[in-house]
Design a binder for this molecule. Structure first.
Ligand code: HEM
Length: 229
């Protein structure tokens, strides 16, 4: 989660407030509505699959969106509220919510990980094939790369690490976003190439996830390029 441009002080106070509840409603609500629309309404996935399979898709998409927002608020997403402390709370909330949803997504995926759900990840001998193994390994490292900046949001960490090291650990989140793109490419690339098969022309969640992860990386690269000029 990106608090690096503002201060190395973690924001004080509660994370659940009316402003963060609205952020949760918009991001999670959109991801859930999209998953329901694409897979149940436009697609032919039975509603019996909603509690774990479809909810897992919504949670994973919301996880990427929250992590991306934690790096975009105040930068690409302009902050009009006068109170900079609230901005820090929203940034921290997005980062920690992204981590929690990604962790739940990882657990749900473990429960679902069978050839019946993900036949494309398995070889004829019933073991993971290269794509399945690679996509999962990248997902595991991406989760680790989210935990690192999350731990450093503990109030004692800025002092314990010192400003420069603390800021560096916050940037590990960009590594997570890069790995999420690889996670999406490994699992989704084939589907991206066949838009004629998309239900109602709606792109797969893997494509939205990759785009959401790419925006903060592009914004950061653009910022670095401008600084170097
Ligand atoms: C231990 C870590 C992880 C495991 C085991 C895991 C597992 C999976 C699995 C099995 C899928 C389904 C692929 C498919 O339907 O084709 C998936 C998709 C996805 N994952 Fe992960 N993942 C992990 C970490 C993450 C992290 C850290 C993020 C983001 C912050 C993430 C975001 C996504 C997204 C957006 C999708 C696409 C959803 C879909 O189309 O079903 N994953 N992951």
């Amino acid at each position: 989660m990106n608090l690096e441009d503002d201060t190395s002080q973690s924001p004080e106070g509660r994370l659940w407030r009316s402003v963060t509840t609205k952020w949760f409603g918009v991001i999670f609500g959109t991801a859930l509505a999209y998953a329901i629309l694409r897979y149940h309404i436009a697609g032919d996935v039975s509603w019996t699959q909603f509690p774990l399979f479809i909810l897992n898709k919504a949670m994973s998409l919301a996880a990427v969106a929250f992590v991306a927002c934690s790096y975009l608020v105040g930068r690409v997403i302009r902050w009009h509220n006068e109170d900079p402390q609230t901005k820090l709370v929203v940034i921290k909330f997005c980062g920690l919510m992204g981590l929690s949803l990604a962790a739940i997504h990882a657990l749900c995926s473990m429960c679902l990980l069978t050839p019946a759900y993900y036949a494309k990840f398995y070889g004829p001998d019933g073991r993971l094939n290269f794509t399945g193994g690679l996509g999962l390994a990248v997902g595991v490292v991406a989760l680790w790369a989210l935990v690192v900046p999350a731990i450093t949001t503990l109030p004692t960490m800025p002092k314990a690490l010192g400003g420069i090291r603390w800021k560096r650990t916050q940037r590990v989140g960009y590594l997570c976003l890069g790995l999420v793109i690889a996670h999406m490419v490994a699992f989704g690339l084939k589907g991206w190439m066949t838009p004629e098969k998309w239900h109602w022309g709606l792109p797969p969640i893997t494509l939205w996830g990759a785009l959401a992860a790419a925006v903060p990386i592009a914004a950061k690269s653009w910022q670095l390029c401008r600084r170097q000029k």
